[in-house]
Design a protein around this ligand. Structure first.
Ligand SMILES: Cc1cc2nc3c(=O)[nH]c(=O)nc-3n(C[C@H](O)[C@H](O)[C@H](O)COP(=O)(O)OP(=O)(O)OC[C@H]3O[C@@H](n4cnc5c(N)ncnc54)[C@H](O)[C@@H]3O)c2cc1C
Length: 417
């Protein structure tokens, strides 16, 4: 029966970061998660803060920290150090970021031809952060890869309100070698193909053949390798002779998978355990302390005992909180009370904008302990009060709360702070 100093529940950015830092500090860590997390949905960049009107991330954090009930009210103080530590951890795994808290938030072209604000991106997306005025953008799409359709995205970008955008947006489609019999290709399949030096040489030749003359900045589906990603991206720029940046399309997100893999490697290298497919189905509690969780493992239930427990199961989006037919919300692991808008305000008029239930979460103190359980900490998007899709602060809250939790559980357990 496993026993850990700290049991982390959830494998999103918050749970993985928290488990990595705890393991690096010498704690025995067991991370259990029901399944893959938001990492596999999103862009692999760092959304720390980009509310409307913010010119930089720091400016955005300042705005959000002034909002009553927002997690940054307390956590803004931890954000910068948490982002530095995260970037160092990722760089050690060969995944670097470009940008900073003080760099301007600029409109980033997406693979559906919309724009979203960004300032800190993986190195392979960084060419999109350079000024666009007077330049030319070429979107390269791949035949049979339906999740990123270059002509459609280019048309939308030509009509987008893109201040200081490129002078021209073009699009080409390429038939990649050896894929003629496939109808639907998943992004991770293409990424694995790009990892192979022989196949990618042929692929880059096919792309070179269709490039129009002149100077371009090339946006390409985010499939430039998984394990060999840095080499694949460098080779793309060398072989094509233009700056190349990855554009994330429909899930699963290859940059997100790289992020997940890198953090999991860090936890394992530091002696921690990571188990995916472990839904927590029951907990043992004595008074106001949790003693153990029980998870659905292969063919049996596994009991994992611990001194401290970190709840990183996400909010409504991550399935850490569920809405019930009777109009109540439940936190699924410990049954903690959920703070949320009243039921009549659950539904938004615009399905793509500001879902009111985004703000649902578990109320905690500054140490991130919920008021009922002294050896539990809540981190990530299970915290209440943020509109992460609009404020673009979900990753920042994940990292800052993970860091705060590491320091906070040191009080429950002998984890070097
Ligand atoms: C579809 C989607 C898109 C988003 N896009 C953005 C964005 O563009 N920008 C932004 O700033 N934020 C975005 N967010 C918010 C996002 O959640 C955060 O940015 C950030 O990734 C924090 O995630 P997390 O670690 O809190 O939880 P999550 O990434 O949600 O991970 C939750 C983890 O908990 C596990 N889990 C849940 N219940 C159980 C259980 N009972 N037992 C065991 N494990 C369990 C899940 O399997 C998963 O591994 C998005 C969220 C969603 C859902």
């Amino acid at each position: 029966m496993p026993r850990a100093d700290v049991v982390v529940i959830g494998a999103g950015l918050s749970g993985l970061s928290c488990a990595a830092e705890l393991a690096e500090r010498g704690a025995r860590v067991f991370l259990a998660a029901k399944g893959m997390a938001t990492t596999h949905w999103t862009h692999g960049g760092l959304d720390l803060a980009a509310p409307a009107g913010a010119s930089t991330v720091r400016d955005g954090v300042h705005t959000l920290a002034a909002i009553d009930g927002h997690p940054y009210r307390s956590l803004a103080a931890d954000l910068e150090a948490a982002a530095v530590a995260h970037r160092a951890r990722m760089a050690a795994e060969g995944l670097r970021y470009a940008g900073s808290l003080d760099a301007p938030l600029i409109p980033l072209p997406t693979s559906i031809g919309s724009l979203r604000p960004a300032a800190i991106l993986p190195a392979a997306q960084a060419a999109a952060l350079e000024p666009w005025a007077g330049t030319r953008l070429l979107l390269v799409g791949f035949g049979r890869y339906r999740d990123a359709w270059a002509p459609y995205a280019a048309r939308n970008l030509r009509h987008a309100a893109w201040p200081e955008g490129p002078a021209e947006v073009g699009a080409v489609e390429v038939e990649l070698p050896g894929l003629g019999r496939l109808h639907n290709i998943a992004p991770q399949v293409l990424a694995r193909l790009f990892d192979g030096p022989a196949w990618r040489t042929r692929a880059f030749s096919a792309i070179t053949d269709v490039l129009p003359a002149g100077a371009w900045r090339i946006g390409m589906p985010a499939v430039l390798g998984l394990d060999q990603h840095a080499d694949v991206h460098a080779e793309a720029e060398r072989r094509l002779g233009h700056p190349v940046f990855e554009m994330v399309s429909l899930p699963p997100s290859v940059p997100g998978i790289r992020l997940f893999d890198a953090l999991r490697r860090r936890i394992l290298a530091a002696g921690g355990r990571v188990q995916i497919g472990f839904d927590v189905v029951r907990v043992e509690r004595t008074g106001n302390r949790i003693i153990a969780i029980h998870t659905e493992a292969a063919s049996r239930t596994l009991r994992i005992a611990g001194d401290a427990f970190v709840l990183a199961t996400g909010g409504i989006g991550g399935a850490g909180i569920r809405a019930q037919h009777d109009g109540t919300l439940v936190e699924r692991v410990f049954g903690l009370p959920v703070s949320a808008p009243p039921r009549e305000r659950w539904f938004s008029d615009d399905p793509l904008h500001l879902h009111p239930l985004e703000t649902a979460g578990i109320e905690v103190g500054d140490d991130l302990a919920p008021f009922e359980l002294e050896n539990v900490r809540v981190i990530g998007s299970g915290l209440p009060g943020m509109h992460y899709l609009d404020e673009r602060c979900g990753d920042g809250v994940a990292l800052a709360s993970a860091r705060r939790a590491v320091r906070s559980v040191a009080g429950d357990r002998a984890v070097a702070a």
